[in-house]
Ligand binder design. Structure first.
Ligand code: ATP
Length: 310
């Protein structure tokens, strides 16, 4: 007996942001991307992507960080939904409603999160029974961080970041994120990294085994001492005040601090939930950060919250 997929009128998917615990940037490849070795962690700052059947494609944005996000077909979430429709031969459009809480152009992969959410939500809405590898293939074609945001947790990324394997991680990690008022464009940070390293012989990137051992042991202090980001100098070169933010957070007692991805968000690892509140208050009260968020990682990737008739 063949089962008939149930078509659902509305699906909501919650998708986390990411922080790179390690981001090793190798040489620039012929296709313009850089070869990476990165350790991603999904953290509990979420966007929500809701999809419904509609007579035509559309998107609506809401949430605290929606400013500056395109409300048209150039939005990554719409592009992802349309790529999946093309791939699966679906010709029924959807309306997307994206609630943005992840900082925009902040190095936390907010756009990629929305794309991951749209893929998972639409696959369910359209009743597609795609193998995970197929969905990840579509995700990888749309953006390097998107496959990770489907799976979440803590993972090692290679290639341009799109090949992900889970990393054994014990314990929960408490993070404080210092947001910037001004975003940084990812391509410009990579270009600055190339400029700063022009005279350096850049070797193939390798993940740090000591960092991976710290994660496996649930050793917060060990992890804090190994946080590393090859894009950090480039992000600070473009936004020099990030150096001061890092110094301030460490001065206020963070175990470790790092520019998140291509920045300008700065991520601080702290001992526990109480320390996270203390640091968030200190950063905000001192005027060091325009805005502050707390989150715990690792958390699962894109997760269906509700799939229901309305
Ligand atoms: P990454 O960490 O993956 O490099 P980021 O967090 O620095 O990315 P995003 O928030 O993903 O940056 O946004 C980068 C740009 O992408 C934005 O300035 C915006 O113009 C565009 N964009 C397209 N779709 C979205 C979306 N759904 N959410 C946020 N930005 C989007």
């Amino acid at each position: 007996m063949t089962s008939v997929p149930v078509l659902l009128p509305r699906v909501s998917v919650r998708v986390p942001a990411k922080v790179n615990l390690e981001l090793r940037v190798g040489p620039r490849r012929a296709d313009g991307y850089h070869e990476l070795a990165t350790v991603y962690q999904a953290v509990g700052l979420y966007d929500l992507v809701e999809v419904t059947h509609a007579p035509q494609w559309g998107i609506e944005l809401t949430g605290r960080t929606r400013e500056g996000v395109p409300g048209d077909a150039s939005n990554l979430a719409v592009r992802a939904a349309q790529a999946l429709a093309d791939h699966a031969g679906v010709d029924t459009p959807v309306h997307l409603r994206v609630t943005k809480e992840i900082p925009v152009a902040g190095g936390m992969a907010g756009g990629s999160a929305d794309a991951a959410g749209a893929l998972v939500a639409c696959a369910r809405l359209w009743g597609l029974d795609l193998p995970a590898a197929e969905l990840e293939g579509i995700a990888a074609g749309l953006g390097s961080d998107i496959p990770f945001l489907i799976s979440g947790g803590t993972a090692l990324g290679s290639g341009r970041g799109e090949h992900v394997v889970p990393v054994l991680t014990r314990g929960k990690y408490h993070w404080v994120f210092a947001l910037s008022t001004q975003g940084l464009s990812t391509p410009s940070v990579y270009a600055e990294c190339d400029r700063l390293r022009a005279a350096t012989d850049v070797t193939a990137p390798e993940p740090d085994q000591v960092l991976l051992a710290a994660l496996a042991a649930g050793d917060r202090d060990g992890l804090a001492g190994r946080l590393a980001n090859d894009l950090q100098d480039a992000a600070i070169s473009l936004q020099p005040d990030l150096g001061e933010v890092l110094e301030a957070g460490l001065g206020f007692g963070a175990l470790g601090g790092i520019v998140s991805g291509s920045g300008p968000t700065v991520a601080f690892l702290v001992r526990n939930a109480e320390a996270a509140i203390d640091l968030a208050v200190a950063l905000a009260a001192s005027g060091t950060a325009a805005d502050v968020r707390r989150a715990v990682g690792p958390v699962p990737g894109a997760t269906i919250e509700a799939a229901a008739a309305r």
